[in-house]
Design a protein. Structure first.
Length: 341
């Protein structure tokens, strides 16, 4: 069973005159609009979720849905009104300011949309800055900064100033700076949204490469569903401060649980999200023969094979050749063409 790194239980964040007092009288069935009519804003509304070690959780929703506020609650940049958040077993709401700062410095890395680079400092100096704040030896922090600069592909630009870099390069500096402290938990708030589409795609590729190398526990905020699907182990969709659904990308597009999530995912090409492994049934492994479908291949990538193949059940195999089950061809074609096929 995966180890829980962040646990969020019945968390509320209200803004208003007396949020704690109001929350004590609040009915569990109160809606966002009813709370607003009472003079309060429910930025986070009764959220409970757990994030496992090494998991990449994407939180998404429209502007004002509460996603950025929730992530700031995770690291206590904002104090919650009610509920409990634990990080690696510690209730962060009870930590002293000194212990909270120590936790952030030793365990957490943060990257935000506005890169926040120091304009008068070079790339090397920007990346080494959090290590300087930690009081680390000059030679040690230089060595570590050079290491992560190479990791994000900026070697040769150590002495450049931010104004001499492109937007994508500046974002790489921000990522390198957050990685310099070797955080176990990484919070990223729409880090690529200011980039043009080509650079954004390149940064997503780079991000996936880094995650494969480093295996961090990551909370990533975006409003872009395509980006969420590409990056996430699980997606949490928020509306009016509440989590409408949290699940794997394939389950969200195949089985939305609320009307809002259904609307949110209506125009998504399911065949580009659902992988063969998602349709594999272990009990069909013995009845499937012949060339297998790769477990990580999307149904879109397998579409030509599926249209031309007359087998009722296709074996599904991991990269090492291990058969994990059988996939009904009809189910896969339903994903491509719709259930009316």
């Amino acid at each position: 069973m995966s180890e829980t790194v962040i646990s969020c239980q019945a968390v509320w964040k209200l803004f208003g005159r007396d949020p704690a007092g109001y929350l004590a009288t609040l009915s569990p069935q109160a809606t966002f609009d009813e709370i607003r009519d009472a003079g309060y804003i429910a930025a986070v509304r009764d959220v409970s979720l757990e994030i496992s070690r090494g998991e990449l959780l994407v939180i998404m929703g429209l502007s004002g849905s509460g996603k950025s506020t929730l992530v700031r609650c995770f690291c206590r940049l904002i104090d919650i009104t009610g509920g409990e958040i634990t990080v690696e077993g510690q209730n962060i709401g009870t930590l002293s300011e000194k212990k909270l700062i120590a936790l952030r410095r030793s365990k957490m890395g943060m990257v935000f949309q506005n890169f926040g680079l120091l304009p008068h400092r070079t790339v090397l100096e920007n990346v080494a800055f959090p290590l300087e704040m930690r009081g680390q030896d000059k030679h040690e922090r230089r060595a570590r900064a050079l290491e992560v600069i190479e990791l994000v592909g900026l070697q040769g630009r150590e002495d450049y100033f931010p104004r001499e870099l492109s937007g994508g390069q500046q974002q790489r500096v921000g990522i390198a700076r957050s990685l310099a402290i070797e955080p176990d938990i990484w919070f990223l708030d729409e880090p690529f949204s200011a980039l043009d589409p080509l650079i954004r795609r390149e940064m997503q590729d780079e991000f996936l490469r880094l995650q494969e190398l480093l295996g961090k526990t990551i909370v990533f905020i975006t409003h872009d569903f395509d980006e969420a699907v590409r990056l996430a182990d699980r997606i949490a969709i928020m509306k009016d401060g509440a989590v409408e659904q949290i699940d794997t990308p394939d389950q969200i597009v195949l089985h939305p649980t609320t009307e809002y999530v259904t609307k949110f995912t209506r125009d998504i090409d399911k065949a580009r999200v659902v992988m063969a492994r998602h349709l594999a049934e272990s009990e069909l492994a013995a009845s499937s023969t012949g060339e297998p479908a790769q477990a990580k291949a999307t149904i879109h990538e397998l579409s030509r094979q599926l249209v031309n193949d007359d087998r009722a059940v296709l074996p599904v195999a991991e990269a090492d050749g291990t058969i994990i089950g059988g996939m009904k061809r009809a189910d896969a074609l339903d994903v491509i063409f719709g259930d009316d096929t």
